[in-house]
Design a protein around this ligand. Sequence first.
Ligand code: RET
Length: 278
Amino acid sequence: PLLVLLSGLGLAQKAVPATLSAGQFSTVYNFFSFAIAAMGASTIFFFLSRSEVGPKYRIAMLVSGLVVSIAGYHYLRIFNSWDAAYTLKDGAYVFSGQPFNDAYRYVDWLLTVPLLLLETVAVLALPAVQSRSLIWRLVIASALMIILGYPGEIGTLTARFWWGLASTVPFIYILWLLWGELGRAASRQKPEVQLYSRNMKLLLLFSWGVYPIAYALPMLGITGGEAVIGVQVGYTIADVLAKPIFGLLAYAIAITKTRQDLGLSEDDELVPNPTAVS
Ligand code: RET
């Protein structure tokens, strides 16, 4: 699969429909533009928020900032590639001859998914030995999931089905691991954090679940322009949920736990620089 991925990245091209309606083209165009704004703005937010949380949680905010900045760069490239792939002719968008490069997305996931998993484990602040083994299992499974999914993304529908199925195995393993771990971690927290941890679990399941659904659209009888639009819009919505929105929830958990570590009540003001927290 790694070789297929590498040769696929070399091809770096996806069969896109020859023509799109103006509405179809602009829908994807606007979603990409929205994603650039969301990733860019949240990059600033997460980097600045580092100094607001206790030392234990700073790594989670840093990783969150890295994830959205990497994604922001990739969305800029995807946006430009989409823009170059079509030209306006007599009110419709026709293929320009420049391939739409969808490989950015998979390279993005290869970098950001392990980081997101690291962020999740970091914000739970588990004992070091436990989190190290958990992170390794998650990182390896997530790399497998993405590498196995890519050949299907650029192949025929049959290839899409089989590679997608193979990719689903590590996907289920990750969800199963995280569901258990997040559940156990949540039960150890104080009530306020418990609610956030439960929401984190749900957001993770919901946002990660959108990816395989978007991937499956072309196999569900949706074809041509509609399939391309469905896949791109689906992945973009999922990315905004899984990166900036997920990061915000991690921030809420970090702030709440910082307050608790300092022995502050909900109404107390958070000290500007809580370096005193161990
Ligand atoms: C693929 C292929 C089809 C089967 C499955 C997939 C899952 C992809 C996922 C991606 C998650 C990406 C995230 C990115 C955020 O930075 C590869 C589409 C199961 C779950 C969270």
